[in-house]
Design a protein around this ligand. Structure first.
Ligand code: GLA
Length: 386
């Protein structure tokens, strides 16, 4: 996490005024992949990487946003906000402003400074972190406070409608609602959730394959379309099935012939993944780590074979982890096609595990992976408001 005082100093230098500071974390998903937009279940946790946003009002109607990651500034007119993004990093904060404007808020002029240590394009929700941090900053500036599930929904809409990435609710929700030391089982249908404590002797090890991942990219869209195709076919026969969350493996077997071969495989993953995710939360709460690990292994297998959402490097990273002492469970986390694996590891072996995993991956691929140990972190919040 970037020190808030550093961001305050950066902001002060540009805006020549004091600021309020907010932070929103990235996430790993322990299990439940591509289930959120099927109104299913996910089990993410926030991580110790976050976006920090510093904000101060302006006397004019200008919006000035500076990103310390890109060392660039963007300017907008608060009285003529763009309706759509332009493929630029500024789309994430501006998308949030545009959604608020769409709800009838008058957006004032402001100066915003954002700084993030969530690795970009790694499947750790750097986008959600900047959206949620911006949303907290803007609502403070404008003097209101949305309930957190609503705030998460607003940020998801910014990404869907302004940025143009067809993501579900998971990333924004966990960033806004996480609790330190816990994973969060979210029912993406009604946004009800419960916390599952992660035992103190378990560490989260995030292994970055260094293969870039993008939700805006074509593969995420194709998969989502295939999931929706399967759902539409089942829904023709059982009209109460509006999302794959409502379908069973029996439904799938019964009407598989009416679907493309890909749709059948994607649906098999999603339907099974919902069952695995709820089972994993139960097992975690019961302290049955062995079962959690088994479910993660099954989930990875399904993600890779049925959903075809993995890549050779991520499959290798999981395979190498499986052979190491201390591992409880490993799988590719996030939207897929690259990015990071999440490993639940016995704390006393986590250091050794990380070193050995990095060395083995380097030996097999020539790639130096970034490996991070983290505890499940607290969700977004204010750092300083005076
Ligand atoms: C990305 C999206 C999420 C979710 C995952 C896959 O992270 O932003 O909404 O769909 O992929 O589980």
């Amino acid at each position: 996490m970037i020190a808030a005082e550093k961001v305050r100093a950066m902001h002060r230098e540009r805006a020549k005024s004091d600021c309020a500071l907010f932070q929103a974390p990235g996430r790993v998903n322990l299990i439940g992949e591509h289930t959120d937009y099927a109104e299913g279940f996910v089990l993410p946790a926030a991580i110790e990487f976050a976006t920090t946003a510093a904000i101060s009002p302006r006397a004019d109607n200008l919006i000035r946003i500076y990103s310390s990651n890109f060392n660039e500034e963007r300017g907008y007119d608060s009285l003529a906000l763009p309706a759509k993004g332009s493929g630029d990093w500024g789309d994430y904060p501006m998308g949030v402003a545009a959604m608020l404007a769409g709800q009838g808020h008058r957006i004032p002029g402001f100066t915003l400074t954002v700084a993030s240590d969530v690795p970009l394009g790694s499947g750790l929700s750097s986008s959600a972190a900047i959206e949620v941090a911006t949303a907290l900053a803007l609502q403070w500036l404008m003097g209101f406070e949305l309930p957190r599930p609503k705030l998460a929904r607003l940020c998801q809409r910014a990404e869907n409608e302004f940025v143009g990435a067809n993501c579900g609710i998971m990333d924004q929700f966990i960033s806004a609602n996480a609790q330190a030391g816990h994973a969060l089982l979210l029912d993406c249908r009604d946004l009800s959730f419960r916390m599952a404590h992660i035992p103190e002797n378990v560490e989260l090890v995030i292994a970055n394959t260094m293969v870039r991942h993008s939700v805006a990219g074509g593969e995420y869209r194709t998969r989502r379309a295939e999931v929706e195709e399967a759902c539409a076919v089942i829904g023709k026969h059982r009209p109460e099935v509006k999302f794959l969350r409502d379908a069973t493996l029996e439904d799938l077997a019964q009407w598989a012939e009416e679907m493309s071969a890909n749709a059948v495989k994607r649906a098999r993953h999603v339907i099974g993944e919902n069952l695995r995710t709820v089972a994993a939360a139960d097992a975690l709460e019961a302290g049955d780590l062995k079962r959690v690990g088994q479910l993660m292994a099954e989930a990875h297998e399904s993600y890779s074979r049925e959903f075809e959402g993995s890549c050779a490097e991520a499959d290798l990273m999981v395979e190498l982890a499986n052979g190491l002492p201390g591992l409880i469970g490993a799988r590719l986390t996030g939207g897929g096609f690259g990015g990071c694996t999440v490993n639940l590891v016995e704390k006393s072996r986590a250091e050794e595990f990380s070193e050995r995993l990095g060395a083995a991956y380097k030996e097999r691929t020539g790639i130096v992976a970034e490996i991070h140990k983290t505890r499940a972190a607290e969700g977004a919040g204010a750092v300083a408001t005076s």
